[in-house]
Design a protein around this ligand. Structure first.
Ligand code: FAD
Length: 385
């Protein structure tokens, strides 16, 4: 498992999906790896609700898992989604397969499950140390150090490394420090749509047509549902904030759902919809582009820290996993010359990641407007799915 004897030290900021898989790649190269993660160890804490409960895992992400020998285990507990299942307002259904010829599919996988498995995988390398409840507070690019703060005691320590990898997500502290250096380009865009997550409980889950990503496209907005391994479905409504804000009373919310997504009401349960809408504000969606992804010879950004994207292309995590494969390949090619590799990685990756961010933005229009683009075929095909 530990393939090389490499005395260099890599510090990874953030033990989320991308930070933990990156640790595996770096450990496999033989580096001494340290992960500093702001949160508690998710393997020991109750599930925290935040971002999406489940994610679509596709080719890019699977390649990274395969390279680490983790693909089979993860796919065994994931749910294949072989196509989109469109719901019309009248409750008619239409299946659009992703790949009718070769039967390829994407997979729905639980975020917490995957993150726990990746932390486990990283911990299994003897050359990885993970420090929870520790977060990066400052980076000193001239000295080549970072300041790590203990989230409980507030004690600070200076940490050295040959390579610092910022995998600390869309609101990255390492990127924030980079933004203050010359020639660092950065743009962010909050879209005017937010999202709220709901759930179809396991007892109703079997009323859904299985092995699909369900979509209720409604032109200006949409709702989707992805399956979970306990037969429940995670349902997410994406909608402009002003429409959310106009739904202030139970009656308004009920009427809106009954008129807009009628077949979903009994599946989710009306009281559950009301409860979630009354208690939760919609979450924001942000798209971030920056470049370069490196500063000097040893600071690098990956994952959402480098390229947070709107979720409509299902590629944020997948692209982050691909970052790690690419970095691994470049280090291999350059015989572990870190300075040369971070510069090369940054040059190659930023162009592609910017393109994925754009595609993600475009795919929202495609998904929510499917009702219009395939509408002419509804009447012929919808009844026999
Ligand atoms: P994060 O998951 O944000 O992890 C960052 C980690 O860093 C966290 O553990 C955090 O605690 C830690 N951290 C933060 N600050 C610090 C600090 N200062 N010091 C130390 N640690 C720190 N992607 C897909 O591929 N498929 C999908 O279907 C999909 N669906 C999505 C649905 C929604 C609604 C959303 C919002 C996103 C979706 N994504 C999807 C995108 C995906 O969630 C992200 O791309 C992915 O989580 C990025 O992983 P990351 O490790 O880079 O960042």
């Amino acid at each position: 498992m530990w393939e090389k004897n490499n005395t260099k030290k890599v510090v990874i900021i953030g033990g989320g999906l991308v930070g933990s898989i990156c640790a595996c790649f770096m450990a496999k190269r033989g580096y001494a790896v340290e992960i500093y993660e702001k949160r508690d160890d998710i393997r020991k804490t109750p599930e925290i609700r935040g971002r999406s409960i489940n994610l679509a895992l596709s080719h890019r992400g699977r390649n990274a898992l395969k390279a680490l020998g983790l693909e089979k285990e993860i796919l065994d507990s994931a749910i294949p989604m072989k196509g989109r299942l469109l719901h019309s307002k009248k409750g008619k259904l239409k299946s659009i397969l992703y790949d009718p010829s070769f039967n390829q599919c994407i997979y729905s996988v639980g975020r917490n499950y995957l993150n726990k498995k990746l932390i486990d995988a990283a911990s299994s390398y003897p050359n990885v140390n993970i420090y929870f409840n520790r977060h990066l507070t400052r980076a000193n690019f001239n000295e080549g150090t970072v300041t790590i703060t203990d989230s409980k005691t507030c004690e600070e320590s200076q940490v050295n490394a040959d390579l610092f990898i910022g995998a600390d997500g869309a609101y990255s502290k390492l990127r924030l420090a980079m933004q203050q250096t010359a020639q660092f380009q950065y743009t962010q865009l909050y879209i005017e749509h937010g999202y709220i997550e709901m759930s179809i409980p396991p007892e109703n889950g079997n009323k859904m047509i299985p092995n699909h990503l369900h979509i209720w496209p409604r032109g200006k907005f949409m709702m989707i549902a992805l399956p979970n391994s306990d037969s429940s479905w995670t349902v997410t409504i994406f909608m402009p904030f002003d429409i959310f804000e106009n739904l202030t009373t139970g009656n308004e919310i009920s009427r809106f759902f009954r008129e807009t997504f009628p077949d979903s009401v009994d599946l989710i349960g009306e009281s559950s919809i009301l409860d979630i809408f009354m208690k939760n504000r919609p979450s924001e969606l942000i798209s971030i582009k920056c470049s370069p992804y490196h500063i000097g010879s040893k600071f690098l950004l990956i994952g959402d820290a480098a390229h947070a994207m709107v979720p409509f292309y299902g590629q944020g995590m997948n692209a982050g996993f691909e970052d790690c494969c690419l970095l691994d390949g470049i280090l291999e090619k350059n015989n572990d010359d870190i300075a040369m590799s971070v510069e090369e990685y940054s040059g190659v990756r930023a162009v592609d990641a910017h393109a994925i961010c754009e595609l993600a933005m475009y795919n929202y229009i495609e998904m929510r407007d499917l009702v219009n683009t395939v509408g002419f075929r509804w009447r012929k095909c919808v009844d026999n799915v």
